[in-house]
Design a protein around this ligand. Structure first.
Ligand code: NAD
Ligand code: UDP
Length: 314
């Protein structure tokens, strides 16, 4: 192996965002060691890497000690259940991924003297009282609600990352990722994009939670992994929001999915889940200024690609 090739460990490599990041870093000359327990990730996401000499996979849970042989230049920690349906089904495992998993990931970076990137989330802002959300906003999280296993796990993760940086000098970065969508999301993960797209392709009613007036801002996954790579290459230690600032209500989004899928469907209104954030839109000025990054793919373009990917698999 060429010793000038950066060697990057990606925790959560078989997941939706993780597998796209693996592809991007391999294309840019990294050797990648993927680590995944497949708790929510799927083998199909990395099946195309079979026989790829620069990629290897360690199948393990990151909440137990992570042992990677040889030098490591970068550690990227994406290993956590991420969809509300998954993390509410896996409450303890989600808290452990945010806490023990992040500690082990940081321990690996420290032992290897590697750069570290933590995938945090817009959920650290909870149901926000400031809009749009800047990195200075400290959030409005219910510490004992059903989403707290994820939100508080991620907040603890950020605290741990900053402690390893300040107390131990680990070269850390924190990405606050906002809603991201695209090919390789699981049909059944319950997030709104795969839910509406698979319902539309099957001719089923679209399940809108609440009155659909809550907002989200959707970022295409290829924009997201471009941002993550830029953040990894930067020397910014404070959190950076990564997401698309174009905001839509969920009802508008339901209309867009129907139009792009070429079908008109009933809307089935279901109760709004507890603590579901009413509004969400990233302020990405820090990412623009520090990373010279901003999303390039419009929701319409990204959604067309996503619908085509799902159509082949329904
Ligand atoms: P995903 O579920 O597709 O990917 C997570 C991956 O981590 C999966 O492959 C899963 O098997 C693996 N994993 C989970 N716990 C593990 C453990 N204990 N040990 C080993 N592997 C484990 O989810 P995603 O959407 O790709 O999210 C990736 C990361 O980005 C997560 O940390 C998530 O919190 C963060 N994030 C995602 C979004 C989004 O909109 N997709 C938004 C904010 C933050
Ligand atoms: N949502 C919905 N119908 C669904 C799934 C989700 O109306 O079938 C709503 C959900 O209540 C939330 C938004 O869509 O307001 C985004 O939900 P998602 O689970 O994708 O991610 P979140 O941003 O809540 O983490």
């Amino acid at each position: 192996m060429d010793s000038l090739m950066p060697r990057t460990v990606i925790l959560g490599a078989a997941g939706f965002i993780g597998s796209h990041l693996v592809d991007r870093l391999l294309a840019h000359g990294h050797e990648v060691v993927g680590v995944d327990s497949f708790v929510t990730g799927v083998r199909e996401n990395i099946a195309h890497l079979e026989g790829e000499g620069s990629f290897s996979l360690l199948e393990q849970d990151v909440t137990v000690h992570i042992d990677v042989e040889g030098p490591v230049d970068n550690v990227v920690n994406l290993a956590s259940p991420a969809s509300p349906v998954h993390y509410m089904q896996l409450p303890i495992a989600t808290l452990e991924a945010g806490s023990l998993g992040t500690r082990n990931a940081l321990g690996l970076a420290r032992a290897k003297n590697a750069r570290f990137l933590q995938a945090s989330t817009s959920e650290v802002y909870g149901d926000p009282l400031e809009h749009p959300q800047t990195e200075e906003y400290r959030g409005n999280v219910n510490p004992i609600g059903p989403r707290s296993v994820y939100d508080e796990g991620k907040r603890f993760g950020e605290a741990l990352v900053m402690a390893y940086h300040r107390a131990l000098g680990v070269d850390t970065r924190i990405a606050r990722i906002f809603n991201t969508y695209g090919p390789r999301m699981r049909f059944d993960d319950g997030r709104v994009v795969p839910a509406f797209v698979s319902q539309a392709l099957r001719g089923q009613p679209l399940t809108v939670f609440g009155d659909g007036s809550q907002t989200r801002s959707f970022c295409f996954v290829l924009d997201m992994v471009r941002g993550l790579e830029k953040l990894l290459e930067s020397s910014e230690h404070m959190p950076v929001n990564l997401g698309n600032p174009t905001e839509h209500t969920i009802l508008e989004f339901a209309g867009m999915v129907q139009r792009l899928a070429g079908i008109s469907l009933e809307i089935e209104c279901l109760p709004l889940p507890t603590d579901d954030p009413r509004l969400r839109r990233p302020d990405i000025e820090r990412a623009r200024r520090l990373l010279h990054w901003q999303p390039e793919v419009s929701l319409e373009e990204g959604l067309r690609d996503t619908i085509e990917w799902f159509r082949k698999r329904v």
